[in-house]
Ligand binder design. Structure first.
Ligand code: CTP
Ligand code: CA
Ligand code: CA
Length: 645
């Protein structure tokens, strides 16, 4: 950072007010000074394998699943290797490519996963296991938390003017390899430490007075990639506090990325911006191993180059609907559509949400409550299976798979436990059966297997069971146990010590829908971004946790009133209450949802996913070394996802 110098122009004031500065302190989503980071691991599964195998970084490596590639490291990408080519093609393009198959469970081998040399040809007996990647993901998250907790320790050290205070940092795990971090409170603290002149007005009555302008005329952006400013501004225009805040944020992110590299040998990329939507677009701009800053004054130009279908939440049905309704996919063209016009084709909430989002207005919170709501273990059969014996072997594997993940979720310590188990069966038609998991039993592999078997017998009793092309087992309706109902969701950062603490306790998942326990009531309101889009569809928006088969479901508050005397039904899977006559449709909906998840997994297994329209990244490359294309499925894994895409 440049040496602070006295302002030469005493009358010139900042565009920002003390109130907006204060907004940073508690992570207000309304302040234009917000600093949000999105961190995404580079070629994640590939890096996991490189770290595990000790592969040099310059060695081309890809992770395979049967005959498909599911991750390609950066050394392999210049050869033209992508997720969308098959193994033979990859070998042809790069004969030295290291191909590592994912770990698998194997029929008859005790339900333990392993890396096996012959897995790639054992699609009939093996089932993919992502546990190793989940474990790495957890370690990385922990390292990120610790790094955040120790950032700026030196500054805090002897500074007696600023009382040591705990700063709450919001951190949202958005998928297996990415997190959002609300850096605002840390930035606030650093701003007040570094620019004491800002302290004076924070206690004043007149919070709406403008701040003094920053004492610097040029900011040192180090190795950051900066998105160009909108044309009306130039780099010669003096920075304001939003730029200074971004600079501090980027210092924090560099520190975090360094820790992840030094402790765990993973590289990641990051985006910094005033909100999640822009930060996420930013992190993809300059991969690998770089961070990109989208300053406020760069936002409109930056977004203008995108297709709106590339924006979080617009990758699916909603995006398609809007494209059809307005005849364009481009943000720049949609900017010409007035709010009134949007309202003619979209409901009120969706219209105003969309109107804001393409103008860079995204007030969604960095939301730490992303607990797993269900777990699914599935297998497609080619050829189909046609006996109970065969099915039972798979139930063993599903039970082992789910049990392993439950252990990670703390079932052994009674932290959380699922209340419902469901078996899905696809034969000539699709069916699912579910039963409660008895609360009195200790959950172990055998219990899960026995329950699954009971469900299988029910399915078989219904007839038309064979041939069966797909089976899956899921557990859902998690509740917090009595022994410890705290979840690590937020954490406190102390200036003098790294400390990860639990922030709030949340009995049962329905709570999250009512918001009573949330530290910040605004969260409910802000989440309404999601709720609005929900209303666009008949069914709630779903957020997928991390990887295939784990899903989080927006919970609806239970209603027990029966005002019109119609019997009600409460779904065991999602706790939603409804008139009984809607039960069937609701069950179908869950079933179709599960199938959609399954289909995505199958798509990966059976054939390379074709690049979609959203894979052409428009402005992503923008001449800044971005890799542009790199087609991928419409929605990012782990992002909010609309049903059935
Ligand atoms: N993944 C997958 N199937 C998809 C998308 C992602 O299995 N359709 C897995 C990938 O194997 C990947 C991880 O999820 O390693 C994270 O995905 P993503 O961030 O999209 O890609 P990366 O491989 O990490 O590459 P990048 O450097 O572009 O982020
Ligand atoms: Ca990634
Ligand atoms: Ca990702």
């Amino acid at each position: 950072m440049s040496e602070p110098t006295e302002s030469t122009d005493p009358v010139k004031l900042s565009r920002f007010t003390y109130r907006q500065l204060q907004g940073l302190r508690h992570g207000s989503t309304a302040t234009p000074l917000r600093v949000i980071a999105h961190i995404d691991l580079d070629a994640f599964y590939a890096q996991c394998e490189m770290v595990r195998l000790g592969t040099p970084r310059e060695t081309p490596l890809a992770v395979r699943q049967w005959d498909s590639l599911i991750a390609v490291n950066y050394a392999a990408r210049p050869f033209g290797i992508t997720r969308f080519i098959n193994i033979a093609e990859a070998r042809r393009l790069c004969p030295d490519l290291v191909l590592q198959h994912v770990a698998t469970f194997r029929e008859g081998e005790g339900g333990r996963w392993a890396y096996r040399d012959d897995s790639y040809k054992k699609i009939n007996t093996d089932k993919v296991c992502l546990d190793p990647y989940r474990a790495q993901s957890r370690k990385i998250l922990q390292t990120i938390k610790e790094a955040l907790a120790t950032w700026n320790d030196d500054d805090n050290g002897d500074n007696t003017q600023t009382p040591k205070q705990e700063v709450t940092v919001g951190l949202e795990k958005a998928s297996i390899d990415e997190v959002f971090i609300d850096l605002s409170p840390l930035v606030y603290k650093a701003l007040l430490q570094r620019y004491p002149e800002l302290r004076a007005g924070t206690q004043d009555e007149n919070r709406d007075a403008e701040l003094p302008i920053p004492p610097t005329t040029a900011l040192q952006w180090d190795r950051d990639c900066l998105i160009d400013l909108d044309k009306i501004e130039t780099e010669e225009d003096d920075p304001d506090w939003d730029d200074v805040g971004m600079l501090i944020g980027s210092e924090i992110v560099r520190w975090v990325r360094k820790a992840v590299w030094e402790k765990l040998s993973y590289t990641c990329s990051a985006g910094l911006a005033r909100n999640k939507m822009i930060a996420k677009l930013g992190s993809a701009c300059n991969k690998p191993n770089l961070q990109t800053v989208v300053r406020n004054r760069a936002v409109q130009d930056f977004l203008g180059g995108y297709k709106f279908t590339q924006i979080r939440m617009l990758g699916g049905k909603l995006g398609d609907h809007i494209t059809a309704a307005f005849g364009t996919e481009k943000v720049s063209e949609l900017l010409n559509v007035s709010l009134e016009q949007l309202r003619t084709r979209l409901d009120e909430h969706t219209a105003s949400w969309l109107y804001g989002i393409i103008r860079g207005d995204d007030r969604s919170e960095v939301n730490p409550r992303t607990q797993i709501k269900s777990m699914l273990s599935a297998k497609s059969f080619r050829p189909s299976i046609s006996s109970i014996d065969q099915a039972e072997k798979w139930l063993r594997i599903f039970a082992a798979d789910i049990y392993g993940r439950l252990v990670e979720e703390g079932v052994l310590e009674n932290r959380r436990r699922p209340r419902v188990i469901t078996l899905h069966h696809r034969g000539s038609q699709s069916r699912s059966r579910q039963i409660p998991i008895p609360g009195s039993n200790v959950i172990n592999e055998d219990l899960l297997y026995d329950l699954a078997n009971t469900l299988l017998r029910q399915v078989v009793a219904d007839g038309q069971t064979w041939p069966c092309s797909n089976l899956s087992l899921s557990v859902s309706s998690f509740e917090d146990g009595v022994s410890n109902n705290k979840a690590i969701e937020g954490f406190l950062v102390r200036g003098d010590q790294a400390k990860a603490l639990t922030r709030s306790s949340r009995p049962r998942d329905t709570d999250t829908a009512q918001g009573g326990h949330l530290p910040n009531d605004k969260r409910r309101k802000l989440d309404s971004d999601g709720a609005r889009i929900d209303q666009f569809f008949a069914n709630p928006v779903h957020s997928e946790d991390t990887e295939t088969g784990e899903q989080g479901t927006s919970q609806q508050p239970e209603m027990d009133a029966e005002p019109n005397g119609i019997p009600r039904f409460t779904c065991l899977r999602c706790s939603k209450s409804m008139p009984e006559y809607e039960k069937e449709e609701h069950d179908d909906w869950h079933f179709a949802k599960d199938l959609a998840i399954q289909d995505r997994e199958e798509a990966k297994v059976s054939q390379p996913t074709p690049p979609t329209k959203s894979s052409t990244r428009g402005a992503t490359a923008r001449g800044r070394g971005g890799r542009g294309g790199g087609g991928r499925s419409k929605t990012e894994k782990g992002q909010m996802r609309l049903a059935f895409q």
